[in-house]
Ligand binder design. Structure first.
Ligand code: SAM
Length: 227
């Protein structure tokens, strides 16, 4: 693949100064946004599918076209992999048949994560692959670690893996996770060497951009999300 994807442009040179305050606020102030009915319906269908699978769960949050969902399902055949994305357009693109242990769901993660927590789901693994970076400092609240839903993401638990072409995004995510859970994530370069998990990974790597990976083992702690 020939690609010339632009590297992240940002005025930030260090973790956002408001990060810790936002994480504290998310951990102490209940977030009242009502759950969208379309995500409730999509979650209900996913719950039925997962029940039938009767396997440990892997979440692929923000799966885009679902290539990673397919690859994770092949890599972990004894797990049930659910890829979630809000973009119907991305989810509808043809990337081959879905393995039996994979499901693609159109839903908003800010609702899906809260429903998963309410339902008592405990993912064995949880992937956040190349989340939208929102690199402007004013957009901290749109990054997952600056968002009010962050305690739900952290409270689900499991082996969390996040990848990004913006190291600072993962540094902030690591700080937020340490603050919320007391666990210290591990941050390292990600060398895909031809084995691309996602189209964005392929595109960034083909453009010569360095890639980064955060990993951490999280406990299942639903009480992190204030009610
Ligand atoms: C930069 S793309 C990465 C897609 C894929 N993981 C990859 O690496 O190729 C980020 C994805 O997150 C999805 N996304 C962003 N916010 C979302 C939300 N609130 N709920 C569900 N999906 C969301 C977008 O639709 C988009 O497909």
């Amino acid at each position: 693949m020939h690609a010339n994807s632009r590297a992240i442009v940002t005025q930030q040179t260090a973790p956002h100064e408001d990060l810790s305050r936002r994480v504290s606020r998310a951990l102490t102030h209940p977030w009242q946004k009502p759950l969208a009915s379309h995500t409730r319906i999509a979650f209900g269908a996913a719950r039925t599918w997962l029940h039938e699978q009767d396997k440990p769960l892997i979440l692929d949050a923000g799966c885009g076209v679902g290539l990673s969902t397919r690859r994770l399902a092949a890599r972990f055949p004894d797990h049930a992999v659910i890829g979630i994305d809000r973009s119907a357009d991305r989810l509808s693109r043809e990337h081959g048949e879905l393995p039996d242990n994979a499901l693609l769901v159109r839903a908003d993660l800010v609702d899906f994560w809260r429903l998963a927590l309410q339902e008592g789901w405990q993912p064995a693994r949880h992937y956040l692959l190349y989340p939208n970076p929102y690199p402007k400092p004013a957009h901290l609240k749109m990054r997952w670690h600056g968002h009010p839903v962050f305690p739900a993401l952290a409270g689900l638990g499991g082996e969390l893996e996040a990848r990004s072409n913006w190291r600072l995004y993962l540094e902030e995510l690591a700080l937020a996770l340490a603050q919320a859970t007391g666990r210290e994530p591990y941050l390292e370069p990600c060398e895909p060497s031809g084995e691309y998990l996602t189209p964005f990974e392929h595109k960034y790597h083909a453009s010569g951009q360095p890639l980064w990976r955060l990993t951490v083992t999280l406990a299942h702690r639903p009480a992190l999300l204030p009610t």
